[in-house]
Design a protein around this ligand. Structure first.
Ligand SMILES: O=C(CO)COP(=O)(O)O
Length: 222
């Protein structure tokens, strides 16, 4: 197995807002360069351009709407985030849930604009459904563990291994990430040992007093 993929979701945490978004991205880039591990960040939409312009690392959007150019006030348009410098997007995060039809439309928009796609899911059946749509990644994140500091890879290992098995049956090209409560080296190690190919995480790094040190701890057992 190759190196994991780490995606850091900034949500709307103060520490990851505005200039903070750039500073955390710089820490991610430094650790990525030291380790060879790909680390992507997902700042808030208005910070995408700022982060992508100032730091050379993969920037993802936290959301994308399945719409095109035209009369869609307040929506997130794929061409706009692409031109802002995003290379990918989260779709259906637990804090930004979509209907199945909307997920499919968002994924179509991501593909149309050459954006890498991560569909977030909450259990094994939704992971299977998401994999059937053919994204680049699914990210299984049980909502009850999000922000809890209790790692999914230890509290609910079956949802990770079950997702890995389900996705392998449906479309082995789809890669599986997991998230919720991941912050330490042993959490990432456990996630990889369960067959996932990386993690999607937030509070453990974004809210850390020293995000670079927290990232170094996260990857220490890879
Ligand atoms: O929702 C998450 C990442 O998208 C997980 O959040 P935490 O890492 O804070 O549990």
């Amino acid at each position: 197995m190759g190196l994991p993929f780490i995606v850091l979701n900034y949500k709307t945490y103060l520490q990851g807002t505005g200039q903070g978004a750039v500073e955390i991205a710089k820490a991610c880039k430094a650790v990525s360069e030291e380790s060879g591990i790909e680390i992507a960040v997902a700042p808030q939409l208005p910070d995408i351009y700022r982060v992508a312009s100032e730091v050379e690392l993969p920037v993802f959007s936290q959301h994308l709407d399945g719409i095109g150019a035209g009369s869609f006030t307040g929506h997130v348009f794929g061409k706009s985030i692409k031109e802002a410098g995003a290379v990918g997007t989260l779709i259906n995060h637990s804090e930004k849930r979509l209907t199945l039809a909307e997920i499919e439309a968002s994924l179509k928009a991501a593909k149309e604009f050459g954006l890498r796609s991560i569909i977030c899911t909450n259990n094994v059946p939704t992971t299977a459904a998401a994999a059937a749509l053919g994204p680049d990644y699914v990210a299984i994140e049980p909502p009850e563990l999000i922000g809890s500091g209790i790692p999914v890879s230890k509290a609910d290992p079956e949802v990770v291994s079950g997702s890995v098995e389900a996705v392998a049956k449906i479309d082995p090209r789809v890669k599986v990430l997991c998230g919720a409560g991941i912050s330490k080296g042993e959490d990432l190690r456990a996630a990889l040992d369960l067959g996932s190919q990386g993690v999607l995480l937030a509070s453990g790094i974004v809210k850390a007093a020293d995000p670079k040190a927290a990232l170094e701890d996260l990857i220490r057992l890879v």
